[in-house]
Each structure stands twice: as structure tokens, then as C-alpha cells.
Design a protein around this ligand. Sequence first.
Ligand code: 26V
Length: 811
Amino acid sequence: MDEVGLTVPPDAGAVSAAELRERVGQHLVFSIGRGATAARLADWRLALSYAIRDRIVVPWFQTAERINAADRKRVYYLSMEFLIGRLLDDAVANLGLESAAREAMAGLGVDYDALVRDEPDAALGNGGLGRLAACFLDSMSAVGVAGLGYGIRYDHGLFRQSFEAGWQAEEAEDWLAQPHPWEFERPEASFPIGFGGSVGPGAGDAGAWHPAETVIAVAYDTPVPGWQGRWVNTLRLWSAKPTREFELQAFNRGDFLGAATPAVLAETISRVLYPDDSTPQGRELRLKQEYFFTAASIRDILQRFERRHGDLAALPDKVAIQLNDTHPAIAGPELIRLLVDERGLAFDAAFDIARGCLHYTNHTLLPEALERWPAELLGRVLPCHLEIVERIDARHARESAAAGRPSDDGTAILGDGEVRMGTLAFVAARRVNGVSALHTRLMQETVFGGLHALHPERIVNQTNGVTPRRWLHGCNPPLRALLQEAIGDGWVADLDRLEALVPLADDAAFRERFAAAKRANKVRLAPWLAEQAGIELAPETLLDVQIKRFHEYKRQLLNLLETVALWNAMRQAPEVDWTPRVKVFGGKAAPGYRMAKLIIKLINDVARTVNDDPAVRGRLQVAFPPNYNVSMAERLIPAADLSEQISTAGLEASGTGNMKLALNGALTVGTLDGANVEIRDRVGEENIFIFGLTAEEVARRRAEGYAPAACIAASPRLAEAVEQIASGRFSPDEPERFRAIVEDLRGHDRFLVCADFEAYWQRQRAIDAAWRDRAAWTRSAVLNVARCGWFSSDRAIRGYAKEIWNAETEF
Ligand code: 26V
């Protein structure tokens, strides 16, 4: 810094509005190349982003120096997905520059909030798993873990959703169409990554693999500032580049297309995020993506280690690697390969080192969601790795036999011609964790039962969490201001301090102000909801939200059936003083998931029918704003009164939206699934609306031979709703449209929608009644906020650091 003669900006935070304004002006001219009169909103946004980024760079260097000086153990978080969202407002808040930034931009005649909304939402993830990775990055910086996130710099993130006549349509997302101001390209940090080819005799010996194809992984670094800018970690995303830009000989022959072919093929690897979390099998490009980013990350990790340390046996003391689901599970074989083939270690020594570093988080138990690769495909794309997998499997079989386990206990890595990635990740990991108490217990009892018996210390729980910076401080200014007055701002870095609100739940004046903050959020939401979904949201209306990916197990269909039944009830008894509700749905379906897309169409058809019906005007409305993403979540969550967390018990590993909504004062209607169980334990039975079968009851019902038709026959309300859908009440132009849904409900109902319907209906009517006692409702909402501090991702990261990574936290 000083030695290169730069005047470095002073410490983060210590900048006046005038100075910031000056810097923005300079960036506009010298970095963007535009004058103030010609500048568009995006130009101003980029200029401010560069000026803010300048404040992060020095603390970033300082963090690196501290980590190096103390020779701290490093934590590497490998994730195919980082669902980041916008960064400007988050960075500004972390640096404590909100008022400076507002004032600086106001002085330049630019609306700060408009700038913030102009930023594209970086959607390099599908849903909960990717968003968790983003929250964990934030928390690793907040608590001062020497952490580094590794992923893929997709050219195109998750598709944009629109509705065409109520059907989901997908368009390519293009977040890099404008310059991305937060990253630094690092052309020097690049590694060749091989695919295919052959393995020489004696696989596992020096230089055995001869890849047929090579691409270059190039790093792009984004600084991740923690709260108050005290600590800045890095997110390193890899982009695929060709080894040669084009084939000169082909070009000289006049074959211009052929000349560009290698470049096109290579760049395909980081072209697009797979939107399909419904069928993980059989796609070669996906496997290549997984290996591409994992191999680049592992080399980078080894290189950083070897610059400072000689003895590879010390790797587990200095390096912890967390595998976010099985997508980077090839890290085990890759690390072993590098240690054996390129460093000359014996297989068993290499295996022990790898297992000392690796940890695996499981995020789902659904059998169809567990990754399995055909051995044939793995052998074709990564021939050397397949041989290493076989050796790992053989070693596992020996350990298993030595422990007296039967050889056919279903714990083999290879079987039925497939490589079971969950098993591979488990066997090659020191610790394996689930993401909620219930999910972890079910891992031990079901899917990983055999492996758990062999390694009873390996599976641990780390319940998920969410960052309070984005999901309370950032998204909920009215509540943030109230908290500031009531209990100060210590909660931002120590969310347990929200407990100081508990006594205020009984303070009528405080409750009034709390309710006013919620109302302010709804007032702020109303024009947007009107524009996006044609809905009028009166602030006294109960705002009921279900926002998450569309999956049958999440049971948006249960919510919709209840909506239809409620519509019927309102029409049949107009004299009743119904509690007014707006139901909001938000979420995307995987493009190839036909049932989920049909459910989206049904919601839109029901919405049109209900919203157009004068008989329920002002009482029931259904809104489905398209393209749910992080930014939309930031709008909806602070305004929500009711949080729908209604998955079939045993199937939602944790959920994190449930935490965000409770933390923002929405009451939950939910099953005893995932982290709902722990939310109930904390907020208290009387402050949450639990209904439905438990995970054990679900298992029993299925074992007994569940027949949905009996449940439908026993519930006239449900029968009527199903019959209306079947007879085309919502699709008069095509009465058969929803036949697949109806047949499934009547015949299979794999996710027990019908079994839980009556309990859900009854709970919803209890909610209608509870809403009418606003003092009691608000008291419960305050208690939800007060008691959800534990769901901070800071707590989760401290748990990982202590119980899994054996890594220090600075703060
Ligand atoms: C994939 C599939 C494929 C088959 C159909 C059902 C299904 C359901 C989920 C998935 C995705 C698995 C990975 C994932 O995103 N899991 C989510 O991870 C979150 C963070 O831990 C957690 O809160 C969610 O409960 C969990 O679904």
C-alpha cells in the first residue's frame, strides 16, 4: 500500500459525505468515463459502488495480513451456489455509511434508494442452499473467521420468471450485462483443469492421468465486508476460459467458426447456473461444472498452504474445507489425487489428510434429490477419479468389515452402476452435519443409518441461520429504528440481545409502535403489490405469505386448496364478518418440473377468479408477483403477518425463510418440520400455529397404506375444492387442465396434502380469530422477534467454527 506510493483512504467508515461525493464524482469521470450531465442512473450507481468498494480494499488487505501474521487456520466454503442478491446497500450499511451515502448522492441530485434498486440481483443460486451460503459468507466476516467462499462465476444466474397467461415462462438472466463493480479479476490466479482422456498403468501413481481436454479456471474475487468493516473475507468465483482463444490454423484456412469452437466449448462450463434441482442425474455438463470449480479451489487451497508450510501432514491443522451439499464431493478424490500423483504420498496417508480437512453438509433427505452419477459417465469425464473412488470404497469396506458390519448394509459408495455422492462425501469427511435438529436426527436414523452406526461421532447438527444485517437491519428500516430506540443497536452483531424485547411485549405503548412499524412496511409494499399483481393491500388486512421454490413437498397446493375452500365459505356465508386476507405466493419452479409448473398455473387461475369476484372483494385476494428473488424477499418479509411453512413433516431439511419471517414479526403457520420445530421451542407453543402430522406420523400413515380418497370424502370442504378444480371452475376454457393435479390428489398424494387439510383449515380459522385481537397478536409478534435471535447465522458460524472446523473467531 504505502510502499507503492498510494494514498490509501483512511479507515472504513471514517469518510464524510462531502469526501464521498467527491470520490463518486471522480469515479464517474475517470472509471466510468462519463460526465455528470450525461450520466444515467446505472453510471451513478457504478460510481458510488466503486467509491464504496474503495473503502473496503484496505481493510481487506489488513484482514489478510492479520490472518497470515497469526497463521490462522483457514476455512474454505465450497458451494456451487451463492444466492447473493444486491450488494451496494449491504456494503454501505456494513461500513456504517448510510447517511454519508444518502447525503453525498442527494448533493449530486441522485436518489440513493433508486440507485440501490437499480442494481441487478446476483442470483447465482436456486434457493435455500445458495442463500445459506451467502448468509454464511456474511457471518464469517462478521465474527472474524478466516473464511473464503469458492464457487462458479456463472455468466447467467437463475432464469427470470414471467407469467404468460398464468404459465411460468423462463428467460435468460443477464446480471453481467453491465459491469459488475464489486469484483476484481485475477488473471494470475488461474489453473488448468483437465477432463476425459486416459489413466496410465498403476493409477494413483505419479502422473497417471492424461486428460483429453483442458480448460482454464480464472479467479474473480469479491471482498465480503463484515459488520463495521472490521474484517473482510473473500468470495472467489471461477470462470472458465479456453487454453487457446482460437485455433490459428483453422482461422488461417478461413474456417472462422471452427477456429472459435474450443473457446465456445470451454466457456460453456461457467455459462449458466443449472436451474433444475429436481433431476440431478445424467448431465455431463453439470458434472464438469462440479469438477471444474472443485478442482480449481483445491489447487488454490494447496498452493496457499504450500507457500507457507512444508509438511502436508499439517494440512488438517491449517485448512478446513466445508462441502455445501455433495456438489463439490469430488474434492475428496481430487485432493487425494494431488497428494498421491503430484506430491508422492501413499494412498492411505493421502486419504487420512483429506479426511482430516473435509466436512460435508447435507441439505435434503429426499431420495430423488440425492446426487448419484452413473459410474460410466464419471469414468469417461474423470477416469482417474473413478479409480480413486473405487479405492476409497474398498478402504471403507475394509473398515466396515473390521468393525463387524455386514457387507451388504447399503453403505457402499459404488452400487447399481452408480456413484453415490452422499456416501462418498460422508466417507471422506471428518464431520457431516444436518441443518436442523430434526433433519440431523432423521439423517442418523434413515438415509445415513448404516454409516452412522459405523461412525457414530461423525454426524452432528448445525441448525441453519440467517444474517441479521440483510434480513433485519437492511430490509426493515421501520423496525430497525424502533429497536434502536428501545434496545440500541448491539443486536446487529449479537442477535441474542433481542431478548431484551421480551418485557416490552407486555408494554402497550411499545406494542403500538411495533404494530406501526409493521403497518409502515405494508404501506410501503402496497403500491408495488398493486403494480406487480394488481392487488389492493389495505394495511389492516392480514398479509399471508408463502415464498419459496415450488416443490410438491413444500405444499403450495395445500395453501391453495385452503384458499379455494375459504373463497367458497365466504361466498356461502357472506353475512359472516370474515377476517380480510391477502395471500401472497412467490417462487419459481424448475423449468422441467411439470407438476410444479401446473400448480403455478392453478394458483394464477384461482387468483384471477377470486380477485375478480365481487362477492369476496376486500376479504380475500391472491397475489402472485412474478420472479421471486432475494430483492423481492427483502420487500415482502418485513410486511408479512403470517408465514406459511407447511411442508410434509420430515421433508424440509430446515427452511430459512421461516427464520427470516419470524425475525421480522410474522407468526408462523407450520408443520413440525425442519427448523419450525426449533422456532416453536423458542417462541413458545402459544406464539406459533402448529398443525398436522409429525414426521413419525407421516411415516406410519404411509406404512399403513395411505388413501387420500378417504380424507377427501371425510372433508366436504376439501371435496368441494378438489371437485371445482376437476370440473374446470378455474379453467373454463380448458376444464381438463388440472387433471394431473386432481388425479394425483385423489390417487397418490405422495405429500399428504389431503391428510393434513382439515388440521390446516382449522388452524387457519384460529388465525382469523387471533388476528382480531390485535394486542394479543402483536404481543406474539414481538415475542417472535425477541426470541428468534438464536437463528442468526453468526450463531451458526460460531457453531461450525467450534464444533466442526476447529477454527478461531476474532470477535
Ligand atoms: C432438490 C429436490 C429434488 C427432487 C424434488 C425435491 C427436492 C427438494 C430439494 C432439493 C434441493 C436440495 C438442496 C437444498 O436446496 N436444500 C435446502 O437447503 C436449505 C439450506 O440448508 C434448507 O433450509 C432447505 O430446507 C433445503 O430444502
